[in-house]
Design a protein around this ligand. Sequence first.
Ligand code: NAG
Ligand code: NAG
Ligand code: NAG
Length: 337
Amino acid sequence: MICAAILILTASCFSWTSTIYLPNKQETKKLKYLLEPPVYAEVTSPRGGNATLPCVLRFKPSHYKVKWTKLEPLRRGSKNIVMITNGSAHKPYGLLGPRASLRKAHAMDASLQLSNLELEDDGRYRCELINGIEDESVIITLRIEGMVFPYQSKNGRYKFTYKEAKEACAEQDGTLATFKQLYRAWTEGLDWCNAGWLIDGTVHYPILHPRAECGGELLPGIRSYGPRDRIREHFDAFCFTSRTTGFVFFVGQPLTFGEAMQACRGEGAELALVGQLYSAWRFLSYDRCDGGWLKDGSVRFPITTPRERCGGIPEAGVRTFGYPNKTLRLYGAYCYR
Ligand SMILES: *[C@@H]1O[C@H](CO)[C@@H](O)[C@H](O)[C@H]1NC(C)=O
Ligand SMILES: *[C@@H]1O[C@H](CO)[C@@H](O)[C@H](O)[C@H]1NC(C)=O
Ligand SMILES: *[C@@H]1O[C@H](CO)[C@@H](O)[C@H](O)[C@H]1NC(C)=O
């Protein structure tokens, strides 16, 4: 059993966590060259959409560069610089470079445009003016519209190393969630009594209805195990997903797992991923009171209007029957196309 201190992350503890993400408080310095406060401190966009992160000069030094950097979450082993411009010429860098451009709406505009947004693009970006004397910067947060769902291995509770959790989320059309995404999900109703990895290697779980078996009768909050050993320790995962371009539909008659796969293929589709079912539930209000196979071998069904004969749980949610024996012919299929 893990004997970690359990923190209650209420509003004040949340700002404590935020200070981890804000090592140097840039906000306190009065800026000379960059417009501050920035036009928007947070920009929100769905996956697949385009976003403009505003950064506007109000005064131009004779020689300068503007450097855009992604601050967090960092992609390990890759450059996190996105773009450098000197006012006339610019150059994109790194993984984001091919999808990055400068808006250049006017001579003082250094705003960054990102196209075809991916889940991993979520996070904080820094626009930094470098003139060799007094460098200054503003920070813009890009938030990808989406949702968090908990994910457990087919081998049972607490079976993922950090890397396995990351892969499991990717296989279900998601990424490991950030702390901010989990925090937001908690404010939107996520209550989950199993601890899961987040992208920064910490382990948490969100509790709205405090109870003895879920960290005790403390205040509602995000229970924290802090950073854990990524290789030797095992937990579940909190995955983040967003809208998709396709849609999920149900095929009705009782099928084995193998037959369910065939049934979807017969419709020109595939068995849905867990993230796709959650996305349909959350963004398209998909509601269906029938268990159906998903591609990972689990059986689930999405409920937006809770009712007695559909599990009887008062909250909306995606219900799960776990990973039943694949030879059972009891469930339909959720397909994605
Ligand atoms: C995003 O920008 C690209 C060009 O950079 C454009 O082709 C595409 O239509 C835009 N998408 C949306 C959703 O506006
Ligand atoms: C910007 O960089 C380009 C290419 O390196 C260079 O040709 C140009 O003179 C520079 N412009 C300014 C204003 O420094
Ligand atoms: C699934 O059920 C079949 C038939 O009842 C049985 O032979 C098989 O061992 C079961 N498989 C697992 C993994 O439990």
